[in-house]
Ligand binder design. Structure first.
Ligand SMILES: *Cc1c(COP(=O)(O)O)cnc(C)c1O
Length: 383
């Protein structure tokens, strides 16, 4: 079957047919992105009325051929919660939070892995592998189980114990690594090469980005097909930022939204801030962060493979960066829990703390529509 999209290298522009197993560009080793043969039309918008609230309601925007069913657990369709109390306290009149902790598997990683596992098994994969700071491992374990495929997960031994327990609970083979996600990646790639497993790590296949794109599509629909002024996003590997930016560009091209796309802001912990440093120094790529440390496991990515795409999206959108301290992000997560009743992960705390820092420095105005993200559920980080 010819699929209605091709894969195009984000670096050298080489294209390939989408059939078969996904990977990185055969020519230059950089990430492929999905390019659809045609944009969704007005009929796709009308059909939304008949569809349930999962990310696959946007199937015309996603890598599915006619008649194909996704590997799904009901991911997406997460609430956009207005933060009236915290907004009033901090002088942000239109502050809202996208609560991704309500996804199956407890984080927004469900979106990317639902799409990636769907395409990998359609392409013939029986074994899947991922290096993870934690939550991608849970999501791969669950979606592989759902697809009847086997999963191997490489995670740092310092990963929160509840996250490790969840990876095991879904039946994945879990290997603990004395190091960070980069060290896990080296081992995952060696395993993939040895047994022919598909490596679904961030941007080493193109479909996790497509799943993450639904963050942007959902925000647009929840805003009545208008977009917020600013998005403040806790950044690790960059799938969320790159995916949302791709969503906004595709929505504009299809004429589903008018006006400017939101400014994207990346927040990182001051204990691991390669994107912040690269952005501020004007660099196109990140330099590996030595000895990365943060309790926000999802942000402990010292050398993101998608650095160029991420920095490009931040700059094109007119956004920026903020680094927050460990005590700030922990306090902000607690405030989301105790003041708003949102079970924010530490990464969600970083997003709030980052928004406050950006407002303090005048990058965000008090009356702007600002969306922060809690990318995972707080309970995953409690023992
Ligand atoms: C993976 C992860 C992140 C970072 O995600 P990217 O979109 O890849 O930058 C942030 N928060 C949590 C909870 C995560 O699991």
């Amino acid at each position: 079957m010819t699929l209605p999209w091709t894969l195009q290298c984000a670096n050298c522009g080489a294209t390939r047919d989408a059939a078969g197993l996904p990977g990185v560009c055969e020519r230059c080793g950089q990430p492929y992105l999905v390019r659809y043969d045609s944009a969704p039309g007005a009929d796709a918008k009308a059909r939304l009325r008949e569809r349930g609230w999962t990310m696959w309601r946007y199937r015309e925007w996603l890598p599915l051929a006619d008649g194909e069913a996704p590997v799904s657990l009901g991911e997406g369709g997460t609430p956009l919660v207005e933060l009236r109390r915290l907004g009033a306290k901090y002088g942000l009149r239109e502050l809202a939070l996208k609560d991704e902790g309500t996804n199956p598997t407890g984080s927004f990683k469900a979106r990317g892995l639902s799409a990636a596992v769907t395409r990998a098994v359609r392409g013939g994969a029986q074994r899947l592998v991922v290096p993870t700071a934690g939550n991608a491992g849970i999501a791969l374990a669950a979606y592989a189980a759902r697809a009847g495929a086997s999963a191997r997960v490489y995670a740092p031994e310092s990963t929160p114990p509840t996250i490790l327990a969840q990876i095991r609970a879904f039946g994945a083979e879990l290997l603990l690594v004395d190091g960070h996600i980069g060290d896990c990646g080296t081992q995952a790639r060696a395993y993939a090469a040895e047994v022919g497993a598909v490596d679904v790590s961030t941007l080493r296949e193109p479909y996790r980005i497509e799943g993450k794109k639904t963050l942007g599509l959902e925000l647009a629909e929840q805003g009545g097909w208008t977009l917020p002024d600013a998005i403040v996003y806790p950044t690790g590997g960059g799938t969320g930022l790159i995916g949302m930016w791709k969503a906004f560009r595709e929505l504009q091209a299809a004429g589903w939204v008018q006006g400017k796309a939101p400014r994207l802001y990346s927040v990182q912990s001051s204990g691991c801030a390669p994107v912040v440093r690269a952005f501020e120094s004007g660099a196109e790529r990140c330099e590996a962060w030595p000895a990365p440390r943060t309790v926000a496991a999802g942000l402990r990515v010292p050398a993101p493979f998608g650095d160029r795409l991420m920095l490009g999206a931040l700059r094109e959108s007119g956004g920026g960066v903020a680094a927050v301290s460990e005590s700030e992000l922990v306090a902000a997560a607690r405030e989301l829990q105790t003041v708003e009743g949102v079970d924010a992960s530490p990464e969600g705390g970083a997003s709030l703390a980052g928004a406050l820092a950006l407002k303090a420095r005048g990058a965000i105005e008090p009356g702007e529509r600002v969306v922060i993200f809690s990318t995972g559920a707080g309970w995953l980080y409690r023992a």
